[in-house]
Each structure stands twice: as structure tokens, then as C-alpha cells.
Design a protein around this ligand. Sequence first.
Ligand code: F3S
Length: 401
Amino acid sequence: MYLTKEEERILNGEFGEGTQKAIELLVAIGDAYDAEKMIPISRAHAASSGQEGDLYFVELLANGGARCKVPTSTNPVYDIEYFDRLFEIPKDEGEVARRVMEAYKRVGAILSWSCVPYMAENIPLYGETVAFSESSATPYVNSVIGAGTNREAAQSALAAGVIGKTPKYGLHIKHNRKGTVLVKAEAALKDEFDYTLLGYYVGKRIGYGIPVLTGISRRPNTEELINFCAMSNTSGAISMFYIPGFTVEASTVEEAFQGDTPRDKITVTDHELKQTYEELQTTSGKIDFVMLGCPHYTLRQIEEVARLLNGKKIHNDVSFWICTSATAKILAERIGIVDIIDKAGGHVVVDTCIDEPCWVAYRDKVGMTDSPKCAYYRRFKEAIVARLRDCVEAAIEGKWG
Ligand code: F3S
């Protein structure tokens, strides 16, 4: 890969060991993908976590004096003191999370600790070149916003944020942004959960590719798109998709395929969605917890939970959690909906995610969630996936089915 004089100097360590390590990673990726050169980015999102895999690289950069050159937001970790009071976090786990959070602060990242940064803390504009990791974030900024990012890892996104550049390959090249699979969506897509099921099915069916969806007659809302992104990029590797007419980059199917023929065509009817739903019903009976907010719930979704819980009481044997961003929680508190959820016995918690060691107490427990991604991480004995209103009902009853 061609390097400018300045990039060569960074690679030689003239600006410190932290930036040297960051550019070494970018050059290795660029070489692996035959990138011709580096291109500037305007922002990044690092899918940080409070775990060992993340710690090594962020400390390597922080200890070497690296600082983010462009706004770089961070994914959920967890509030160690809060969870330690509740569940007694193993000391070594807590220490890893503390060091991760401290190292991201030292590199000058935006400490958003949210997996939907494109909603508030770090929003690209149409046409921006960025480096965003995280399952919903990558396809959302490519497809819904029309910025350009590859499917980054926490490390490559952080390195790009530090250097302010990324190798030019993959989805930074127009030709690679063309659709590959035609998806005829014939199912009645009524709500957010249907988009969850659609995303999960499409990702599983296609694996790696760029679906172009047709047959969708109503403009999907923000939360439906977030769910489609997160689930299709969990059950598969979908970094980008098109819904011509509703997503921004192509207004027709032909444009989305850039004149090429799809490599495959699939049809999704109510039958496929029903089958997907049934596969996710792994057990029934008594439940121990409900976990919502994977991806982090938006203000509107928290409002919906408050509406469903208003005046009701969650069963004494069930813990009820909503994960969200600090930004959404502040607004939810302001308009009084956190109060309603508190009174019903639920918890709105910020900065964390289901895939963190802070949930150690639920390892042998059975729960419910509206997110297949949440169930996918297998941090619990069982996590049944169902519609939000069913999760709330089960939380009140103490059982499902
Ligand atoms: Fe977000 Fe964690 Fe789920 S990062 S999408 S809450 S697994």
C-alpha cells in the first residue's frame, strides 16, 4: 500500500509508539486487502468492551501516548461499582473493565459507552468516510445514513480514529457497494419485532453479502431499521443493504445492483418469519429475568415499555432490565418515564450491554428478551426471544407460555 511521507514517519515511530502501533495495524489490513492507499476519515466508533480482548490493544495505544485525531465513540462496558453492589463482580473481571475504560479516556475517545452512537453522540452525515464497528452501527451508517465504512473491529476502528485514516478497500470503493442478493419481502412487516425476525432470517440465509430488499411498502421507522441492521449483522455478516425508495444510496433496484445480476434471490413470507420465531422459543415456564435494549433502546422504545408497565407490578421473582445510552436515559428521566418503570420494579441501566461480565449472576438463569442477538451471546442458561409486549407480560406473570 502506498504511504505518504507523513504516514511513513508515523510507521517509523517518529510520533510515538502509540500511533506507530495504530498505523502498523492499518497498514497490515491495507496490505491484506490490496488497498492502494489510506484515505482520511471524519469519525470512528470502537466496539469496545470491558474484556481482555479489548484491553490489550487500547492499552498498547494509550501507553504509547496515542490520542484520537477524529471523534471516536465507544461501545458499552459497565459501571463497575453499580454492578458490584448488586452482583459482586469477580475482582479480576472488574479490574479489566476499569482498565479498559481508563485507557479509552487516555486516548481521548468520546466515552459514550453506547452501541447506537449514530443516534446521538457520533452521527455521520451522508457521504462521510468513517470507521464504525458494532453490529447495528456498520450497516446503519452505510445504508440508512449513506456514509461509508467497512465492517471494522474495535481495534481497527480505534486505530483509524487515532490516525484519522483508514485503508481504501471494501465498502470505501463504489463498485463493492453494489447489491448481491435480491430479497423479496412478502411478509407483513407490522412492527419492530418483525424487522428483528426479518434481519435474523436474512443474515442467516445470506451469510456474507449486500441484500437489496423489495416489496416493503411502508417506510420503516428508526427502530425497525436498527433491529434489521443488528440482527442481520449477527446471524450473518451484512455490512450494508438497500431498500430502494427508503434507504438513501440507490433509488431503484437496478441502481442498487449497479446494473449487475443478483448472485441469488430469496423470498421471505410470513412462513419464514414464523419459523424463525419458533426456533427462538427454546423453553417455557418460569422466568428469572427480562433483558431489553440489545441494541440500546431508544427513548421511544423506553416510552413504550413505560406505557406497557404503567400501574403494573413486575413479579417479585423476575428482574427486569432495559439497557440504554446515557443520553436516552437523561431524556427518559426528564419526561418521567424512568419513574414509571422504577415503580413497576424495573431498572433502566446505562453504559452496559448483555455481553458483559457484569451479568454473571444470570449465568444459570432463564430469561426473556426481544433480541435474538441478546440470546446469541449465551451468557444465560436460556434466553427466550419474543415480542416486547410478551416479555412485559411474562415479567408480570413470572412465566412464559
Ligand atoms: Fe449492543 Fe451489546 Fe446488544 S453492544 S447490540 S447491547 S450485545
